[in-house]
Design a protein around this ligand. Structure first.
Ligand code: HEC
Length: 183
């Protein structure tokens, strides 16, 4: 092999090397992953609306009248066991940690005699508000979101169907149960 031949081989090798490096550089610029500005994964955004609409904060629920029409008072009574730690449901029941709840539907907010309500409930009482289906649904879904600073130490019942069961049960706690809303 003369030196000319060797030069050709060396040249060929060099050219191949340069070509491979070139490809590498081009590929790098084409496919370089962009470093995220903030470390971590982007999680899908929460489905529901913000705190402005606590009633809808769980999952998008069916309209309340539709849920109420499907409501089951027996199931509601079972989940309302969690309330009896603080509330009496029977007629003439006394205030406990929370106010007595017999006949609560359509009753004035903050209306239990002798119970010292939070400022938030008193404010609503002063406006003459009553506990209709909508507001009970919202309060039970998330007490703290509905009444800021409420004294009610209950986390909330997120399941819209279970809340409907409970509302149908609460409605039954009356001498004269209010009609269910029209669908
Ligand atoms: C840990 C105790 C506790 C539990 C459990 C609890 N509550 Fe209460 N509840 C309270 C207190 C205390 C208040 C008074 C709230 C205030 O003044 O802010 C209240 C207020 C209420 C009111 C407003 C009554 C009125 O006279 O204006 C309703 C309605 C109510 N609770 C329903 C329920 C239901 C339904 C449940 C069960 C799903 C429940 N609560 C569970 C303590 C509790």
């Amino acid at each position: 092999m003369d030196s000319f031949e060797l030069n050709k081989i060396a040249g060929g090798l060099l050219a191949t090397l340069l070509f491979t490096m070139g490809i590498g550089i081009v590929a790098d610029t084409l496919f370089k992953p962009k470093a995220p500005l903030v470390a971590g994964y982007a999680l899908p955004a929460a489905e529901a609306a913000g705190s402005a609409a606590p009633a809808a904060a769980a999952a998008p629920a069916e309209p309340l009248p539709v849920r109420l029409a499907k409501g089951d008072a027996k199931k509601g009574e079972a989940s309302a066991k969690a309330c009896t730690a603080c509330h009496a449901f029977e007629k003439g029941g006394a205030n406990k940690v929370g106010p007595a709840l017999y006949g609560i539907l359509d009753k004035a907010k903050g209306g239990a005699a002798g119970f010292n309500y939070s400022a938030g409930i008193k404010e609503r009482a002063a406006k003459g508000e009553k506990w209709d289906y909508e507001s009970l649904d919202a309060f039970i879904a998330n007490p703290k979101a509905y009444v800021a600073g409420t004294l009610m130490g209950y986390a909330g019942l997120a399941d819209p169907a279970k809340r409907a069961d409970m509302l149908v049960y609460l409605r039954s706690l009356s001498d004269n149960p209010a009609p269910l809303p029209a669908q």
